[in-house]
Design a protein around this ligand. Sequence first.
Ligand code: PGA
Length: 247
Amino acid sequence: MKKLIIGNFKMNTKPSEFKHYAMTLATKTKDTKNDVVVCPPFTHLYVAKEFLTGSKVEFGAQNINENESGAYTGEVSASMVKDLGASYVILGHSERRSKFKESDRTINKKVKTALANGLKVVLCVGENLVTRTNKEASAFVKKQLDDVLKGIYENELDSVVIAYEPIWAVGTGKVATIKDIQSMISMIRKEIENLYSAKASEKITIVYGGSVTIQNYKKIVASADGVLIGGACLNVDDFAIICRDNY
Ligand code: PGA
């Protein structure tokens, strides 16, 4: 089955290093049946455009500002990344939420801006360890979904991928159990049905993220529509193996 494999570089590598990465990944994934997306830093998007256009690998940004343009020194807009050929943007990542204090309200605005500019959104949700230990993970993620999807129409969901990323699993080496991944993904699907329709719930792509590696990806991919990979995507050989696999 075709899966969606997304790489999130976070704030790693230099644009000059990304040229080799992009060329290698493009070559190694030319026969893949999966959908492959890499999200390097903004500074690398020009390189991505040059070396990934025409390949199987799509690319995206890791953030955008919620405003269309204007006096926002240091920020980058949806139309700017779209103009460089990006097709995706990651929004609501737990590092943006915790380190840059992004609220569900801000993320909701960003989702609307991204969709209005023709970008597909990888929308991250997930609970922290205390919430999980208190057995409140489902209720917490449900509320996140309700808030970040407010005002998003059902037809726009075709451009939204949900990434279930438990915060305690992101960059920690700790992975959620397959049982938890499956139950959280089915809960998310159920909530999409509540918010939209059974059809929308069936169609939506839901990936898992959080310490996915070359060692553990097989079982995880089998339980989701794909994976969002941080640290482990930096090794292009490993990432290409995950992208090329038959699921
Ligand atoms: P990780 O990061 O794979 O390094 O845990 C996941 C992510 O940032 O989405």
